[in-house]
Design a protein around this ligand. Structure first.
Ligand SMILES: [Zn+2]
Length: 97
């Protein structure tokens, strides 16, 4: 017999049912499974993705598939807090020499 992940799981559940009974096993499965809800993941670009998650609260993302350079194909500099402008104002004169 070839043991796959599925057959192993079925065997484990079968053994547990023999030991505890099917009703108890069902209750045990419910007890160990975390709560799973549909949440809204809001990206900084404004894109909202509705996903299933065990976090059970809405989350914010820095980057998503709609704005990541890998998916858009355009290179974009992510400037956080004007750091690039600050660098240019300090060292722009030195860099242009
Ligand atoms: Zn995005």
């Amino acid at each position: 017999m070839i043991i796959t992940c599925g057959t192993l799981l079925i065997e484990i559940i079968h053994q547990a049912e023999q030991r505890h009974g099917p009703k108890e096993v069902f209750q045990m499965q419910n007890a160990i499974h975390p709560e799973y809800k549909q949440i809204a993941a809001t990206c900084s670009c404004g894109n909202v993705v509705n996903v299933g998650s065990t976090v059970c609260k809405d989350i914010t993302l820095d980057i998503c598939g709609a704005c990541h350079p890998f998916y858009t194909g355009t290179q974009r500099v992510v400037d956080t807090g004007g750091r690039i402008e600050k660098f240019k104002s300090r060292f722009g004169a030195l860099a242009s020499k």
